[in-house]
Design a protein around this ligand. Structure first.
Ligand SMILES: [Ca+2]
Length: 493
């Protein structure tokens, strides 16, 4: 009942959403979603990185709208994916952490994007990870017509793989032993050490899973060009998630000696809410000890290598789309599921509500959209993806959506839009970010401070917590009010 009412309220609001004048008829277009893992938004050349080489995405961005202020709603994989695939925020999906089984937490009747598109009549295909794990999303995955390089849900009876790959014999370098048998303590320790690795993967690009995902996408696109059915294709890349390993030729692209030290060093942090973590113990990498300055440079270089590898793989997919003539009628969405700290604040990996985790790479191309080729600095949130596709493809999203269509920005990237973005962490703590400030509250009591306020115009790396600074008392009050008022208070007029 609550959801029905919310849904009706959203319908009424959708009617008053600014119009997307100037867009072509997009209702029959295909959708290609390219989702990559744990990506720091600042690593792409087109997002201003002077070192990391990403020619394919840079070129794609010149044909699309590059969102420079795009934000995810959760701080790690499972909750952010659940959020952007339903158009709901974590408090509504009830999926706040990687341990929350999506199917057991989602309120009854909530559909995910592939189900909505399947109901609309699209042919649906997925290559590797889309939901956090297959067993979290068996019902949702069962709706796919095609599942490639991904475990299959129980009872799924679709076609076999479009390509066959030879098994890969991995070089077992010293310090990289094979997994122990069983799933006990020894296995967990092996997995931790695996995640901690960075450098040469020991196999050629062509043998790598991420390369193969791109190859499968190329093969499927060739098939879709022949069958001419309207399709939804989701293609994943496991990188740049840890372990930060890549084929040698990518590792050799970057000299660690030329990588600058990360911003926001420990000594610059004042009243930092995550001080315990900054002093030691990261998830995913450098899990047992903070890295030396040399290890920092090596790990960032390895991360860049992973990003360049992803860039080449995604380039293959985008080239195939063009070669098959599908680029004219396919909406392409390129995104990283959440961000990643690369040594700023002495942090590695994700799991914070700071800019490095909450800001995401997000590039969208709708064929014929007037804003293609432009950068958009207006705020968009990942919960806006489902409403936007519902708007563009003219389907009924059926959920009580908690975002709005950004189609108007695809027509005019410079029009005024949302005044803030929101995010929730696994403890139910929250952040709101406006153009000038970020304000974090930790009602869980699990942080080292109850709140934090940053003046992003003076301090973009969020080093000096101004929450108790009398000069910022009114700013703090305003930000707290906005945080408590929630996302509806930040919508464009
Ligand atoms: Ca992730």
């Amino acid at each position: 009942m609550r959801y029905t009412l919310l849904f009706l309220a959203m319908l009424a609001m959708a009617a008053s959403t600014p119009a997307a004048d100037g867009l072509p008829d997009t209702s029959k277009m295909n959708v290609l979603l390219i989702d990559i893992e744990d990506c720091n938004a600042g690593v792409w050349g087109c997002y201003g990185n002077p070192i990391c080489k990403t020619p394919n995405i840079d070129r794609f961005a010149t044909t699309a709208v590059r969102f420079d202020s795009a934000y995810c709603q959760a701080f790690c994989c499972n909750p952010t994916r659940t959020s952007f695939l339903t158009g709901l925020r974590p408090p509504s999906t009830r999926v706040l952490s990687n341990g929350h089984v999506m199917n057991e937490h989602l309120p009854a009747g909530v559909l995910t994007l592939p189900e909505m598109l399947k109901n609309k009549g699209l042919y649906t295909a997925v290559i590797s990870k889309l939901f956090h794990t297959v067993d979290y999303a068996e019902r949702q995955l069962a709706t796919f017509d095609r599942i490639e390089l991904y475990d299959k849900p129980k009872g799924w009876n679709g076609p076999g793989p479009i390509l066959e790959f030879a098994p890969v014999k991995r070089a077992r370098a010293a310090g990289n032993p094979p997994p122990p048998k069983g799933k006990g303590k020894e296995f967990n320790e092996w997995r931790r050490k695996q995640s901690d690795r960075y450098g040469d993967s020991g196999i050629a690009a062509e043998q790598d899973g991420d390369y193969r995902k791109a190859q499968v996408a190329v093969a499927l696109l060739r098939e879709f060009a022949k069958t001419k059915k309207q399709f939804f294709l989701a293609v994943a890349q496991a990188r740049p998630h840890t372990p930060l390993i890549a084929p040698k030729k990518y590792i050799e692209m970057y000299d660690p000696a030329k990588i600058p030290a990360p911003p926001a060093p420990l000594e610059s942090l004042k009243d930092f809410p995550y001080m315990k973590r900054a002093k030691g113990g990261n998830p995913d990498i450098f899990t047992r000890q903070q890295p030396t300055p040399q290890q920092v440079r090596e790990a960032i270089a390895a991360y860049y290598a992973c990003v360049s590898f992803v860039d080449d793989n995604v380039g293959m997919v985008l080239d195939a789309l063009e070669k098959e003539g599908l680029d004219k009628n396919t909406i392409v969405i390129f995104l990283g599921d959440h961000g990643f700290h690369l040594g700023d604040h002495n942090f590695w990996s994700k799991y914070s509500m700071l800019e490095a985790t909450r800001r995401v790479v997000f590039i969208v191309r709708v064929p014929g959209a007037p804003a293609n080729g432009k950068a958009c600095r207006e705020f968009v949130e990942f919960v806006d993806i489902v409403p936007t596709l519902a708007d563009l493809l003219k389907f009924d999203a059926k959920n009580a959506l908690e975002g709005i269509s950004f189609a108007p920005l695809l027509a005019d990237a410079g029009r005024p839009w949302k005044k803030a973005v929101f995010m929730t962490d696994g403890n139910g703590d929250n952040v709101v970010r406006t153009r000038q400030f970020s304000y974090l509250e930790f009602p869980s009591g699990k942080a080292d401070k109850p709140s934090a306020l940053y003046d992003l115009q003076k301090d973009p790396w969020e080093t000096v917590n101004l929450a108790d600074d009398p000069a910022y008392a009114s700013a703090r009050k305003e930000m707290a009010e906005l945080l408590h008022a929630g996302w509806k208070a930040a919508l464009p007029k």
